[in-house]
Design a protein around this ligand. Structure first.
Ligand code: AKB
Length: 312
């Protein structure tokens, strides 16, 4: 990667990925974009892109002569359930426009997939790299179709498409929006602000999670990997931690002993969570491109709480 366009750059991943990419590849070699008008907090090149506009990704990528597009713009699981048609339009037509732009310009394309591509008929413990995928959520259907569409553009047009199945991401810089795994991030914020949290996800509901620095490293490492080694190029399982709400609470109590956790389960998000794996097998990512997460639950908790204390 030498010159990179990031869509959805003001979201949870985009905010931190843009900063990291600018550190690694140089400030003027990373163009961030989002549907919102120019954000004055951005300290580099920024363009407004509505990814559902058929030509806009192409125009901006062409203007800056990028060699890579990182396509993050998407509606996450809970918001997609609330607005399925909007989700289909943004997640599928936005992706198609990114793929067409990448094809026209013959540039690399990264598209994140998700643990949401699995469903109740998937083996939910140590979910294999290749297994049954019958998701029951609009977001999961979009992400699975996205994996296949990216495979298609690779096979049919030789496009260098790449992607990983991201777990729930934990971070303090920008809040997540409209996901099912967001409860974990909320818990850290509330632990610092009020020493108590009411979880919308029920007890004993395990999902895969990862601290943002590990996710950013994984994206860059995967994009820089030798393409010939990528057997599952658009759909690598990755994870760092398998945890339920009470595991986060226990970890927080090591640093804030008075912290308490209550439950008020949201049936929609609970149903989504129960259809997702408890833990993923990510051996293929380790073998094919050297994926190795650094942060376990307690390291992540310590870093989150230290940083949120400064931020809040
Ligand atoms: C969500 O909860 O929707 C996302 C995801 C796992 O893709 N964080």
């Amino acid at each position: 990667m030498k010159k990179i366009l990031v869509t959805g750059a003001l979201g949870q991943i985009g905010t931190e990925l843009t900063t990291k990419l600018r550190q690694v590849y140089g400030n003027t070699n990373v163009i961030s974009s989002d549907i919102h008008e120019y954000d004055e907090n951005q300290d580099g090149l920024y363009e407004t892109i509505d990814v559902t506009n058929e030509k806009k990704i192409y125009e901006v990528a062409n203007k800056y002569q990028v060699d890579t597009i990182i396509h993050l713009a998407a509606l996450l699981s809970a918001r997609a359930e609330a607005s399925p048609q909007l989700a289909w339009n943004l997640n599928m037509n936005g992706l198609l426009n990114a793929l067409e732009a990448a094809k026209e310009l013959q540039v690399k394309l990264f598209v994140p997939s998700s643990i949401a591509t699995f469903g109740l008929t998937t083996p939910l413990d140590q979910t294999p790299q290749i297994t049954v995928q019958r998701p029951t959520t609009m977001y999961g259907i979009n992400k699975l179709a996205g994996e296949l569409l990216c495979d298609y553009y690779h096979l049919r047009y030789g496009l260098d498409t790449r992607g990983i199945r991201l777990p729930g991401l934990i971070s303090y810089a920008a809040p997540p929006g409209g996901g099912t795994t967001d409860y974990a991030v909320e818990m850290y914020y509330e632990a610092v602000k009020k020493q108590t949290y009411t979880s919308f996800i029920g007890e004993n509901t395990h999902m895969d999670m990862m601290y943002m620095p590990d996710a950013l490293d994984a994206i860059i490492q995967m994009m820089e990997a030798d393409g010939n080694r990528l057997k599952y190029r658009n759909a690598y399982n990755i994870s760092a931690v398998s945890a339920a709400p009470e595991d986060f609470a226990k970890s927080i109590q090591t640093y804030i002993p008075e912290f308490t956790l209550q439950y008020e389960v949201d049936p929609v998000r609970q149903q989504i969570a129960e259809s997702w794996p408890n833990s993923l097998d990510y051996t293929a990512a380790m073998e094919d491109w050297g994926f190795q997460p650094t942060y376990n639950l307690d390291m992540m908790t310590k870093d989150m709480l230290d940083n949120l204390r400064i931020k809040l």
